[in-house]
Design a protein. Structure first.
Length: 84
């Protein structure tokens, strides 16, 4: 579909608003999945290091847990108000 001036007309369902909403949803899902993987992975590595008396695993687990909570944006998991 083209307009009279030759511009390509984009169907409403593919507008920028919907694309940016989809990107926001994907970003939220991947951030939450990454948070869960990093959190539980850090705990498993930390406990394994303690059980096996391996200081390297304890340090890696502690670093993973520290990064998990310091790289996620502050207030990310709080309920956000709907679009303004």
């Amino acid at each position: 579909m083209t307009r009279s001036n030759g511009e390509q007309q984009v169907p409403e369902r593919w507008s920028i608003r919907y694309v940016s909403d989809a990107r926001g949803v994907l970003r939220a899902v991947f951030t939450r999945v990454g948070f869960v993987i990093s959190f539980f992975g850090g705990i498993v590595v930390l406990i394994s290091g303690i059980a096996l008396w391996m200081i390297e695993l304890v340090v890696l687990g502690a670093i993973a847990l520290w990064l998990t909570f310091h790289l996620v944006p502050a207030g990310y998991f709080q309920k956000q108000s709907s679009h303004e």
